[in-house]
Design a protein around this ligand. Structure first.
Ligand code: C2O
Length: 516
């Protein structure tokens, strides 16, 4: 293993991903931010310098942080945020995770303003026998783009009148989108393009770094072979296109074996997730793949999406709920069961809030839970009330102080889809169905479930996850839609609390809390 050093300067600047100039928060002047590329089990040392007016954090999405929960980078859970003008060096070793992921600010809705980048972890073990191979790799970051700063939009969203153009509880809808930082808005903007070689196979690492709606990705006339979902190798599955929820990743193989020329890469935001329409919005942002043209990229002839007939084949889109792993794992029986239901409700003012088992997260950190656990243990107090292993009222869900095989049902009582992410783990998705969750009427897949860190819970539906609680720390469980985190759709999962209480939290992290 190697040690990889990076320096991240978080700063405000003007940018124009879709041609419209707007204020952004970015790392090292780049949007998307720098790609971090490491090998499994490497050590990453990143000095983050905060030059913006608010606190910031960097979270390493999907990295287990076993033994280093305090570097998970989540405001209010594992740190209080790096104050303006200060810096923090994240220093941790990658665990078992390998594959495609990303890093982003985890301070309120801040990542929506641009603090995002790719994180690629190459495996140190060979792929399974017979697994497909490829010639080269490309990273594709898909996002939505808002022309207005997220703090302004968020204040509108959480107000009784809602965003401009919408009403109370309507999530701010994006103006456009971007592929690797470039999108289009009414004749403005640019197309990101890849100039490729004919007759080669490319691994496209797709990452949804956006804030609201699912994005469907496809490349005109080219079938895509899905081989990875959130760091888990999948059974190779040929599709016409695939839909990523916020924070999900997939790798797909594309072979440049069609007529030489230029083709659209389409990234289509799923506008059924928009609760109102913004005049002028462009959810259909594109990039270009060209090969064998000799002259470099040209605009593909304007045409409709070829749909399901690609490269002479009739294909479907990916079904994320039935995608099997490349290598099925032995799934143990569960020893513990929790159910968390979530919904939105109105405050007396008319403003909308989100609730998980009846409580709503307050996203402005005054302290962090990991530190509070540690203080309680040092003072000889148990962190959880005596005799209680589960406490919902203060937004914690504490598991027993031993390793359990834990089943977690997330029951969605809302009429929208919610991409949920659990930090510290990559749970098996063993079941999905319609709400209400009825324990007497479930079909579970414990034979070949896929493990992944971000799962979309269908509107008025449930998903059952299973994971082994080996990882000491305070872990965030939340809807990854930026606005929903801020509305309170987030809770904390504490596993192995007494071990978490003895983790060596760096003094600089503890100090940032007293400063806040
Ligand atoms: Cu992508 Cu709570 O993280």
């Amino acid at each position: 293993p190697q040690v990889r050093h990076y320096e991240f300067v978080v700063e405000e600047m003007l940018g124009a991903p879709d041609g419209v100039t707007k204020p952004m928060l970015v790392v090292n002047g780049l949007f998307p931010g720098p790609t971090i590329e490491v090998n499994q089990y490497d050590r990453l040392v990143v000095r983050v310098i905060n030059r913006i007016q608010n606190a910031t954090t960097i979270h390493w999405h999907g990295i287990p942080q076993n033994g280093t929960a305090y570097y998970d980078g989540t405001a209010g859970i594992t740190e209080c945020g790096i104050p303006p003008g200060q810096s923090l060096t994240y220093d941790f070793t990658f665990g078992d995770f390998s594959g495609t992921t990303w890093w982003h600010s985890h301070y309120d809705t801040q990542y929506t303003d641009g603090v995002t980048g790719a994180l690629i972890v190459h495996p140190t073990f060979p792929d399974p026998p017979g697994f497909p191979t490829w010639d080269e790799e490309l990273v594709i970051e898909l996002t939505d783009v808002y022309h207005t700063f997220s703090t302004i939009l968020n204040a509108q969203y959480l107000s009784p009148s809602g965003p401009i153009g919408g009403s109370a509880g309507d999530e701010p809808v994006p103006d456009s989108g971007a592929l690797n930082g470039l999108g289009q808005y009414h004749g403005l903007g640019n197309y990101f393009n890849f100039t490729l070689q004919p007759n080669k196979t490319y691994r496209l690492r797709l990452i949804h770094t956006g804030s609201l709606a699912d994005i469907r990705f496809s490349v005109d006339n080219h079938p895509l072979t899905v081989i990875e979902a959130d760091g888990t190798l999948t059974e190779p599955t040929v599709v016409a296109g695939l839909t990523l929820a916020v924070a999900q990743r997939y790798s797909v193989l594309l072979t440049t074996n069609q007529t030489n020329g230029s083709y659209w890469m389409r990234t289509l935001q799923q506008t059924d997730m928009f609760t109102y329409k913004l005049p002028g919005q462009n959810p259909d942002n594109r990039g270009i793949i060209s090969y064998g043209t000799g002259t470099g990229p040209t605009l593909p002839p304007a045409k409709e999406d070829p749909g399901a007939t690609l490269g002479g084949m009739q294909l479907n889109d990916l079904d994320p709920y039935t995608l099997p792993p490349a290598v099925p794992e032995a799934v143990p029986d569960n020893t513990k069961f929790y159910q968390v239901s979530f919904e939105f409700d109105n405050l007396p003012s008319g403003a909308s809030r989100a609730y998980m088992n009846g409580t709503s997260w307050d996203p402005l950190p005054k302290t962090n839970i990991l530190l509070e656990i540690q203080r309680a243990y040092n003072a000889g107090r148990a962190f959880a009330p005596e005799g209680a292993s589960v406490q919902f009222g203060n937004q914690f869900l504490i598991t027993e102080d031993k390793i359990e095989v834990l089943d977690l049902v997330l029951e969605n009582n809302d009429n929208g889809d919610h991409p949920f992410h659990l930090h510290g783990y990559s749970p098996w998705m063993i079941g999905v169905g319609d709400s209400p969750y009825d324990p007497n009427n479930v079909t579970l897949n414990t034979v070949n479930p896929l493990s992944r860190d971000t799962v979309e819970i269908p509107a008025n539906g449930w998903v059952r996850l299973r994971f082994i609680t080996y990882n000491p720390g305070a872990w965030t469980l939340h809807c990854h839609i930026s606005w929903h985190m801020s509305a309170g759709l987030l809770m904390q999962f504490v596993t192995l609390p007494s071990v978490a209480a003895t983790l060596p939290i760096p003094q600089v992290i503890a100090n940032m809390c007293s400063a806040a």
